[in-house]
Design a protein around this ligand. Structure first.
Ligand code: KG4
Ligand code: ZN
Length: 414
């Protein structure tokens, strides 16, 4: 089954094309492109939804064309647009439908008619698209683009939950590097196809999903059937990294900046107090990170009052203590949940899964506490948002939709 997947839930515009064999679990990664908007949002210290939406609108068509070329699926039909009938010429009703699908994305509509309608319909079986959770304006661009492709190419849609995608990222076997896309439409035609495989895992499993918008523990008895057994009651862990980075006057996104500072050699500077480990001993699997961020704010305020400069040494000590606190709570609760549900597999997913300390500590604790359970970590190139994970989720658990309304659900739950 060949799937083209689109991901626009936040600040990455991503498109992937895979060929998945259900029988062997083999995956041919025919294209896997990501265009990051980080530099555009950096001056604002976080993702601006309407800027993200505009960037997706500009980037989707060039990235799709590049992906089709990489997958060797790009062909121009001899002057005939997919909106035209070979005998009767342009079909007004088809144009009208396309216009109404993309009526809120005029730049995308224009580019779609110029660049997408003249190309030969690629040999794919379905179009997968993230429909939530995420930023609504960003999600709508991707979903409407997928709907337009589905209409023009007559292919079914597979709506995918972004968080399910993060679960699948950890199940990919081989190292696979997505290509950072430079938006050069004519470059890189026909890159070699890469192959991989989905690992078969034993159940019950749990997944710790940690990203900018989510922190949750998911119980999985079968792929496609999920139950949230714990989640944050306020800020997500990635959000806490980003907010603490802002307090320390570090650029967005904060996670990589904090972990970089935390990995500096131990400083001679000792913090006047340690930070709290929120809800470490609560008898559930829920989290809270907003108080921890406030504790950093008060600590910095007190240091400033005491005329202590926020040198790199001081920042590094704060970053270390903060990262230790977050990781300790995440690991402790996840291992508790793994013990409670006697799991055979533990999956880590989401942007914060790039954090080295979290990966190491989770591995150490699991080995110590539940020897028989296996840990599944995403390759560090697969922790951030990408479309390959959306394609994988669609291939394994997705349901094709040929009719019926699909709406964006910015608060979609697993
Ligand atoms: O999954 P993701 O790419 O986007 C969302 O769906 O939210 O996650 C982004 C989050 C950001 O908050 C970012 O600061 C965090 O992941 N992050 C990290 C690291 N790398 C990215 N947090 C901690 N340590 C890291 N190394
Ligand atoms: Zn994500």
């Amino acid at each position: 089954m060949k799937i083209l997947a689109i991901e626009t839930s936040c600040d990455e515009t991503a498109i992937a094309i895979i060929d998945w064999s259900k029988r062997t679990s083999a995956i041919k990664i025919m294209a896997n492109l990501i265009s990051s908007q980080i530099e555009i949002h950096k001056p604002f210290g976080g993702v601006v939804p309407n800027l993200a939406r505009r960037e997706h609108e500009k980037n989707l068509v060039p990235i799709l064309l590049e992906a089709l070329k990489k997958a060797k699926m790009f062909n121009m039909e001899s002057g005939i647009s997919n909106l035209e009938n070979k005998k009767s010429g342009p079909s007004n009703s088809k144009f009208q439908i396309l216009n109404s699908i993309l009526e809120r994305e005029p730049i995308l509509l224009d580019s779609f008619i110029k660049n997408i309608t003249p190309i030969t319909i690629p040999k794919i079986d379905a179009i997968a698209v993230t429909y939530g959770p995420g930023l609504a304006p960003a999600l709508w661009v991707g979903l409407n683009f997928a709907k337009a492709l589905s209409f023009v190419w007559k292919k079914p849609l597979i709506p995918v939950n972004h968080m399910e995608g993060h679960i699948f990222s950890a199940l990919l076997k081989e190292k696979h590097k997505p290509r950072r896309h430079q938006l050069k439409i004519n470059s890189g035609v026909g890159a070699p196809t890469e192959t991989s495989e989905l690992q078969t895992i034993k159940f019950p499993a749990i997944a710790l999903l940690v990203s900018g918008g989510h922190t949750e523990i998911i119980l999985i008895n079968k792929l496609g059937v999920y139950k949230i057994i714990g989640e944050t009651i306020d800020d997500a862990s990635g959000e806490a990294f980003d907010k603490v980075a802002r307090i320390l006057e570090l650029p967005y996104p904060g996670g990589p900046e904090i972990s970089k500072l935390a990995s500096l050699p131990p400083s001679k500077y000792l913090l006047p107090r340690s930070l709290p480990r929120p809800m470490l001993h609560s008898k559930d699997f829920n989290f809270s990170f907003s108080g921890l961020k406030t504790a950093v704010l008060y600590l910095v305020r007190d240091l400033t009052k005491a005329k202590i400069d926020l040198t790199e040494e001081v920042k590094s000590a704060i970053a270390k203590e903060f990262q230790d606190a977050v990781v300790e709570v995440l690991v402790s609760k996840t291992i508790d949940a793994a013990n409670t549900y006697k799991v055979k597999s533990l999956i880590l997913g989401g942007g914060v899964a790039a954090n080295v300390l979290l990966r190491e500590e989770l591995g150490k604790k699991l080995k110590k506490e539940i020897k028989s359970a296996k840990l599944y970590l995403p390759n560090t190139t697969q922790t951030g948002d990408n479309a390959l994970m959306i394609a994988l989720a669609a291939a394994v658990t997705g349901k094709k939709k040929t009719s019926g309304k699909i709406l964006v659900k910015s608060n979609l739950r697993l």
